[in-house]
Design a binder for this molecule. Sequence first.
Ligand SMILES: [Fe+2]
Ligand SMILES: [Fe+2]
Length: 365
Amino acid sequence: MDEDSFREKLLSAHVKTVHTCPEEAGPGPYTPLNISVLFPGEKVTFNLYLKVAQKEYRGFDFFPFLKKGEAWERRWRERLIDKGIDRLYFHKDNLEQTIAYLNNYLQILKHQSKKISPALLSVFSEHLNFSVRRALQLPRLGPAMKEAKTQVENLIGWVQQDPGAIKLMWKILYHDYSLYNHSLNLCLMGVAFLLHLKYSATECRDLGVAALFHDIGMIRIPQEIILKAGPLTSEEKAEIRTHPEKGHQMLRKKAGEVLSSIPQEVLRLALEHHENADGSGYPKGLPLSRQHPWTPIVRLLDSYDSLTVHRPYREAFRPYDSLKILIPSCHLMSNMVDCPKNFQGGSHGKSYQVHRPPFQGGDSG
Ligand SMILES: [Fe+2]
Ligand SMILES: [Fe+2]
């Protein structure tokens, strides 16, 4: 069977393809790639696979859909979307090639037009997602931190040029749980929030980078615990609660080597993002007065993002329901969003003076 016939067979109604499944968050060998970031008419530089359900053992397999060197065609995108599929998969060994491919496409889109298009934001967000993945492979953390700064600066530039870019990007991002998706969501929300509060571009950038790396300690937590479908035991909960300190240690070790490339906020927020305003958080139970001014912001956005994604042990809450859960225990968001003039932190030279009742937060990663 030639390649075209094989693809036709995969796209036929008889073959049950899989859009997504909870295992995707795990450390399997295949990584999803949004088909909207494939460059029509251009050859791919790595193999792409389709996830297909297997009746016999109620699992799934990955079938080659596009081989390295073949050109991606627009018509396949339409056929896949018709089948409810928005992503293909590449092997994790091809992460570098995927990042280079996306970077190449991103540069072309930037040169084609000064306007911010959905294609540009899709390619940018997927490129950033995979850059964070690579960054969390620790030997590359230093250079990756510098790269992340540049990428977040790009994002800030686009949002300053067109505030609608945030909404557009929010639609594009994956909203199923993985450490990378969560980090990217938090970065986007954090940057948008600080821009709304009229922080400087440098502060927005540092918060964006801190958001990308806030949960870096989670890579030291066993996957069986992170992906467990049932309730966690007290030992497992205790293990999860070690991730802020583990992340802080990992970053501090790297900061010793590449000090200038890691902003202090990244270190502080990795350590403090589970601290509550009333001192009931962890790891240190810090009162608000001893927290970094951005800690309550990251705490709030972290909880919001965790509530609005599907987790192995519960369905996702709708955004409105998530806010209902968060707002009674935290008036921080309503104070900041409705009355930004009350907020006098950041680059405006005054101390942080928002009235903040104790924040308990929801569940969060
Ligand atoms: Fe988190
Ligand atoms: Fe966390």
